[in-house]
Design a protein around this ligand. Sequence first.
Ligand code: S3P
Length: 437
Amino acid sequence: MIGDPIDRSLSPVMHNSTLREMGLGDEFVYEKIRVERDELEAFVQGLRDGDYHGANVTIPHKVEVMRYMDRLTDAVEKIGAVNTIYKENGMLVGDNTDHIGFIRSLKDEGVDVEDRHVTVIGAGGAARAIIYALLEGGAESILIANRTRENAVRIMERFDHLETQISVGGLDEVHGDILVNTTPLGMAGELENRSPIPVDRITPNVVAVDIVYDPPKTRFLKAAQKRGCKTVSGIGMLIYQGAVALEKWTGKKVPVDTMKEAVIRKMKDNIALIGFMGTGKSTVGVSLADSLGRDFIEVDELIEEKADKTIEKIFREDGEEHFRTLESEIIQDVCQKEDTVISCGGGVVLDRRNSNSLKKNAYVVLLTASTEEILRRLSEDSSRPLLRCENREERIKELLDDRSELYDDCAHITIDTSDRGIDSIVDEIIRRKEGWS
Ligand code: S3P
């Protein structure tokens, strides 16, 4: 992905997770490269000659890059912007997948634009892709609502519109069946509290669509939801435009659900620590949360609170099965969290549903240690119900045997904590989490 700036993009994590899931993690890697305006031509030449399969293009190069392409798709000719470059017989094709992303994300939510009256708010590059999508999808009419009328008129004149009626208007003239925000208003940061239109223009029964995806519920969408409207966030468009691009680069069908999960996981930004008793989940977790300024949650503590007794007592009085039920309930709750470090009990992976939820909602770090080290760390601790036995070493080996595959299946990364200090483990988690994207 080339652009300037590119720091906040979710695309790397989305593509790289999906490539790994597709078994293509060794063959392909998706990188962000900051390319300044005066470096663009040389970069494109490198793309043509080098090992690249293609690129995504973002601000400020989407228009400029068109002149360096060997071929432009019809969509690009109309939209006037490239977001995806792929190779065809060694030639560079400039394509745009934003419009397909938009239509597919609406379809996913059961919204069809055919014969509908749509207002497009904003008249920038994104609006052009959306208008193209709406014309392709057979919208009945399009109103381009913008602060400056001239820009809206310029876009209107760009598109021939035999079957769809296109008009322009001010932001307070918004109406129709579907309202689409294509401006950055509502985006996380300085613009977060802004709505692109006066919220009283949102009437019940319209579908409100935002192409902003961070936050997923913008001020505009929240106001629409309050009025009982159906809402569609920008996450679907992000995912589908990416899926179409990835299909072009790899020539393979892309698992869209994997892409969606990667995006949601990245946006939630939780970290879950799993692993056997005595591998340091709690100690590392506290320190990790502290370093990152995150909340820390200990699943075992929440279980004790819920049952109003110690884990030992739950095992003794109610049995392990009951403990596992409570554990699963708590895992479902903590997976709703954001920006949290979650330390899980050693047996959390015994239930596949726990593993699946954790993997979807958190970056999962498996901590391991040698049996000797585990024995040593737990030598003073007699509170573990599962280790009440004659031969602790045997018991630990048995449990590890049963569980090691389950741990591996649940983890995004694994770190051996034997002979290591906490700070170095915490640093490694932070570093690898960054690199993982
Ligand atoms: C268990 C590990 C414990 C606790 C319970 C069961 C296990 O958590 O959840 O005793 O099955 O391995 P820690 O691993 O945090 O000690």
